[in-house]
Write a protein that binds this ligand. Structure first.
Ligand code: FAD
Length: 440
């Protein structure tokens, strides 16, 4: 029997980041992970690298490829302006487990068979990868098993049902690259690694895709890919290798993602449409603040309501932000507005613009939960329609009292009021910034 303060289920980027964060706070942490059952490559941008460095993913970062060119054909137009880094997920996730072990997390490689509340904490049963079983007891549970996390009975918001079919092809070694192309029933993402392995992924609407039986899926994908111009450099001189792998990629948000002694993070809390290419980024974002939430729930149970509200509001905020980014990108594709795939996705989750215009009458100050010194606490913040969770500091300056001072002395120029406490130069810069934000 293993015992620790905290048990993390799932060793992807979210579970890994939280486990290291909690270990750094001095908790004993056990993480159970089993490698992904399929080989996948995913693309990330450079800002994710910064997040990973901060999270302590040192060995895993060595598995990251250098940025490679990415071509996008969307709404009939082709652009080749950006790059992405291709992450071989199985190797990356294995390296992440080494990072965890090196930073003092007890790593158990195996499959979680069950996990129940027991006494004041939880008991998990694990089928070990090397054979045998392991029981683990912990006072606090972090659910980070991604989309595979059990969610029976958890109320969830879901977007249109979506599936991504991943087909591997093998061809000669070539320069790594990736491409995206829309078509009338969905979109394709294609990646080529230096060793000649190709990952060709078709994302489709479950209800309208009219998929054939599993045994014919390979030929079905091949026929689709052969019609796509962007797919040609990936399939020429190459052949499909192995089975088609189907991944569910429906956007989904769990409406409750924290309790008094548990928390859901990463895709287990909310998973976004792969179109955004931001899944790993959002998993890290939701995970980086979670240690402060857990720390508060354990050490300051009297602040549990505040800590849970903080976590759930941030998860929900991230989910809708990425959902609206996806919606706007789908809406840019106007060639097949009547096709079910495009119709459903260009209107979901709502019609609210990604960024709301801010006018001074909509800006107020209020008390809201924030992270301070590793805990969730309440602070005086500025609330706007665009930032409903509040803005606390700008370069170390607490904004709410400064905005209130400007408003209380409305007969004076804001820059002069701010100069009183900040000096002339800073006061003038901050007044200008507040005006640009629509606060004045
Ligand atoms: P995961 O990375 O899913 O980690 C969960 C871990 O838990 C896995 O290792 C899993 O094996 C393990 N696990 C599950 N069940 C058990 C169990 N019972 N016992 C033990 N371990 C278990 N994101 C990008 O940034 N770029 C992309 O290009 C991209 N492409 C995508 C394409 C598709 C089709 C899909 C569906 C997603 C894509 N994503 C992409 C999203 C990305 O995969 C996830 O958002 C991200 O990995 C979430 O991290 P996580 O740690 O929450 O979960």
């Amino acid at each position: 029997m293993l015992e620790s303060d905290i048990l993390v289920l799932g060793g992807g980027p979210a579970g890994g980041a939280v486990a290291i964060g909690l270990r750094r706070m001095g908790y004993s942490v056990t993480l159970v992970g089993e490698p992904r059952p399929f080989d996948a490559v995913e693309g990330i941008s450079d800002r994710v690298i910064q997040g990973m460095k901060g999270a302590g993913f040192n060995i895993a970062l060595n598995e990251m490829a250098a940025p490679s060119p990415r071509q996008v054909t969307w709404n009939g137009l082709t652009s080749a302006a950006n790059t992405e880094r291709l992450v071989p997920r199985q190797r990356f996730d294995q390296a992440l487990l080494l990072d965890l072990a090196q930073q003092g997390v007890q790593v158990v490689q195996g499959r979680v068979k069950g996990c129940q509340a027991e006494g004041p904490g939880y008991r998990a049963e694990v089928a070990l990868s090397e054979g045998g079983e392991q029981q683990i007891l912990a006072g606090f549970l972090v659910e980070a098993r991604g989309r595979a996390a059990p969610a029976a009975g958890v109320p969830r918001v879901k977007g249109a049902q979506t599936v991504s079919l991943l087909q591997y092809w093998q061809g000669p070694a070539a320069e790594p690259r990736s491409a995206v192309q829309s078509f009338e029933d969905g979109w394709a993402w294609m990646a080529l690694r230096g060793d000649g392995r190709r990952y060709l992924q078709l994302t489709l609407d479950v209800a309208s895709a009219d998929l054939p039986p599993k045994s014919e899926l390979g030929d079905w994908c091949r026929a689709r890919l052969e019609q796509l111009e962007q797919a040609q450099p990936f399939i020429e001189g190459a052949e499909p290798a192995g089975e088609v792998y189907a991944r569910t990629s429906t956007p989904v948000l769990c409406e409750h993602s924290a309790g008094d002694n548990w928390i859901r993070i990463g895709d287990a809390a909310m998973a976004v449409d792969p179109l955004s290419g931001n899944g790993i980024f959002q998993a890290l974002s939701s995970a980086l603040q979670a240690p402060a939430v857990v720390n508060t729930l354990i050490r300051h149970p009297e602040r549990a309501v505040l800590a849970k509200a903080f976590h759930e509001a941030r998860i929900e905020g991230l989910f809708y932000r990425f959902a609206r980014i996806g919606r706007d990108f789908y809406a840019q594709e106007s060639q097949w507005p009547q096709r079910p795939f495009w119709q459903a996705r260009s209107q979901w989750p709502d019609s609210q613009p990604l960024h709301l215009e801010v006018t001074p009458d909509q800006v107020s100050t209020a008390r809201r939960p924030v992270v301070q010194d590793g805990f969730i606490t309440e602070a005086h913040v500025v609330v706007t329609p665009d930032q409903p969770l509040g803005i606390w500091h700008l370069n170390g300056l607490p904004l709410a009292p400064l905005l209130e001072a400007v408003r209380a002395q409305s007969e004076r120029a804001p820059a002069d009021v701010l100069a009183g406490s900040l000096g002339e130069e800073k006061g003038s810069l901050l007044a200008q910034w507040m005006r640009q934000q629509g606060w004045l």
